[in-house]
Design a protein around this ligand. Sequence first.
Ligand SMILES: [Zn+2]
Length: 186
Amino acid sequence: MLSNLLQSANLFHLLFVIDSELAAIKRSSGCPYCGGQLHQSNYMRQPRGGPAGLPDEYCLRRSLCCGRDGCRRRNMPESCLFMGRRVYWRCVVLIATSLMQRRAESQSIGELSRLLGISRKVIMRWFEYFTEVFGSSSEWLRIRGFLPASVSNDGLPANFLEYCMMQSRDALGGLVMCCRLLGRGG
Ligand SMILES: [Zn+2]
């Protein structure tokens, strides 16, 4: 069952490592506005939907801040763990929405909601986002060109997740690939 993947601490570890690299790369390139040095100004989040007992550092949203007086602008590195301001982990949003799209006719959204421990309303909101907004988002457009035409906009995100799983050794690897492509754009 796909939802079991979300209980894997290894999944979060792999995504955390990628996020750490993304933050280091962004930091080394300096402030995009003035070229000043970037400092860490990370903050704690309390993302939902993962296994209990994950290390606190995984919940750190990386953030950088320009150290130059008169600029001091904040710079957010890309993230595979987090999806914008959503309170659930990115992988949870992807799995829940994909399961909702691929559920058997006999399975109601209410059952899925109970299985995942996520309210029906939240799952529906994610689904609407993927059907109405995501297809024209910059996040999607920057990777769309590298993907086969079979990953069409009207089947997102389940078709994209399935594509990643086909390209990977196992389901966990596919989910990591999916989060990585969406997070860093390629
Ligand atoms: Zn600056």
